[in-house]
Design a protein around this ligand. Structure first.
Ligand SMILES: N[C@@H](CCC(=O)N[C@@H](CS)C(=O)NCC(=O)O)C(=O)O
Length: 230
C-alpha cells in the first residue's frame, strides 16, 4: 500500500499544505490503496519538502512526480480531455501552484494577525522554550525568499489586483461545469481546489479569502472538491 507522508491536519483542512491535499486527491482519483503518515519535519525527505509518497520501498517527492508515478501505474487523471483542454489544464495547475500558492504563503507568514496561530500550528513539535526563536528565524528566511520571488514586495491591494484575473479565469471555467473540465474531477481540480481551500482556511480574513468567500461559484466549487476527500 502507498503511504502519503504529509503535514498533519491544520486550519480545518486535511493538511496545512495545499500540495499535500493535492497528493491526497491524486491518490484517491488513482484508485490506489493508500494511508497517511503525518510529520511536521520534512528535513529527512528527498527535497526537504512534503508531500512525499512511499511506494514500493522508494520515496517519491513532489506532487508532480507523485502524479507521474501514479500515471506510470495506470492512473488517467485527464481521461477524455482533448489536447487543447490538457494544455489549458497544465496552465491552470501552474497558475494555482506557482502564483496563487504564494499569496497563501504571504497570507499566513507575513500577516501579523495570522502569525501567532500559524506559528503555533506549524511549530507545535518544537519545544515551547525555543519555539519563538526557531519560528522567527524560519519566518525571516521565508519572507526574504518571498521578496526574491517578487510578491513579497506588493502591497495587499496590489496583491489582490494581481490575483483577481486568476480567480476570474477559474470562475469562467466553472459557469458551465461542476469541475474545471466537466462533470468529473481531473488533475487540475486536484491542484486548484486545494489552493482555494487553503486560501479560505488561513487564519483571519484576508483580501483573498474575502474575495473568494463572496463568490458563490467559487464557494460551491471548493465545497465539491473538499467533499472528494470525505
Ligand atoms: N513543488 C512541490 C511543492 C511542495 C511544497 O512547497 N511544500 C511545502 C509545504 S506547502 C514544504 O514542504 N515546505 C517546507 C520547506 O520549504 O521547508 C510539490 O508540488 O510537491
Amino acid at each position: 500500500m502507498i503511504t502519503l507522508l504529509t503535514y498533519p491536519p491544520a486550519f480545518g483542512q486535511f493538511s496545512g499544505s495545499p500540495f499535500c491535499i493535492k497528493a491526497a486527491h491524486l491518490l484517491n482519483l488513482s484508485g490506489q490503496r493508500w494511508k497517511r503518515e503525518n510529520t511536521l519535519d520534512p528535513r529527512m525527505m528527498p527535497h526537504q519538502k512534503l508531500p512525499v509518497i512511499r511506494a514500493e520501498d522508494q520515496l517519491i517527492a513532489d506532487s508532480d512526480m507523485i502524479r507521474a508515478y501514479l500515471e506510470s501505474q495506470g492512473a488517467r487523471f485527464d481521461a477524455g480531455l482533448s489536447d487543447i483542454d490538457r494544455a489549458t489544464s497544465r496552465a491552470f495547475i501552474r497558475m494555482a501552484e506557482e502564483h496563487i500558492y504564494f499569496h497563501i504563503v504571504l497570507d499566513r507568514w507575513a500577516n501579523e494577525d495570522a502569525w501567532p496561530e500559524v506559528r503555533e500550528t506549524y511549530f507545535s513539535s518544537v519545544p515551547r522554550l525555543i519555539r519563538g526563536m526557531v519560528a522567527n528565524k524560519i519566518r525571516k528566511n521565508l519572507l526574504s525568499a518571498m521578496r526574491v520571488q517578487g510578491l513579497g514586495r506588493f502591497t495587499p491591494e496590489q496583491r489582490l489586483a494581481r490575483l483577481e484575473p486568476d480567480l476570474d479565469a477559474i470562475v469562467a471555467r466553472l459557469w458551465q461545469n461542476r469541475f474545471l473540465f466537466g462533470d468529473t474531477p481531473t488533475a487540475a481540480d486536484a491542484s486548484v481546489g486545494p489552493m482555494l481551500s487553503a486560501a479560505l482556511s488561513s487564519p483571519g480574513e484576508t483580501p483573498m479569502s474575502s474575495r473568494i468567500r463572496e463568490n458563490a461559484v467559487l464557494m460551491g466549487y471548493v465545497e465539491r472538491v473538499e467533499e472528494m476527500l470525505h
